[in-house]
Design a binder for this molecule. Structure first.
Ligand SMILES: [Zn+2]
Length: 166
């Protein structure tokens, strides 16, 4: 859930930047028409103009960009943490893809089913990225990363529906 909000915030920033660029481009075009004497004023009106237009652009663009999700089936979800009980010799190390695991992002899967880098939406849990794999993770099985063993143990084993962007 927090990932989704973060993505939205990122989009807002990107939209805001694009708006700013458009205004800047407009100001530059106007400046070019008026001649070199007005060049100093290009940056002056930019700030208030940005603040005025930002809310309108953000509202429409987020609605249009909401991704459509398609179910890829019900999976058995386990949970793990960096401890020796969960990871054995790989305890504390990077994921199979090379990046360090992070709660809220990392999930392990069978790379023949969900290749490394696949973004999945786990119903009731949120967006995760396939970054890890393991000998016991086969077929329609995933392993969700948590920072603490307590959290992983509390999650237990659950049947979850998985989705991908269309
Ligand atoms: Zn553990």
């Amino acid at each position: 859930m927090s990932l989704t909000r973060e993505q939205k915030r990122r989009r807002q920033r990107i939209r805001a930047n694009i708006t700013g660029l458009m205004i800047l481009a407009g100001a530059m075009a106007a400046g070019a028409l008026l001649g070199a004497g007005t060049a100093y004023s290009i940056t002056e009106p930019q700030e208030p103009a940005k603040a005025t237009f930002r809310p309108v652009v953000v509202q429409t663009s987020i609605e249009a960009q909401e991704p459509e999700l398609v179910s890829i089936g019900t999976f058995t979800a386990y949970a793990y943490c960096p401890c020796e009980t969960c990871c054995g010799q790989w305890s504390g190390g990077p994921t199979a893809s090379g990046v360090m695991p992070e709660e809220g992002r990392t999930v392990a899967a069978d790379w023949d089913v969900l290749p490394a880098g696949t973004e999945i939406y786990i119903d009731g849990i949120g967006w995760r990225t396939v970054e890890d794999t393991g000998g016991a993770i086969r077929g329609d099985t995933i392993d969700i990363f948590f920072e603490s063993h307590e959290e992983a143990a509390a999650f237990g084993v659950q049947k979850v529906e998985l989705y991908q962007k269309k």
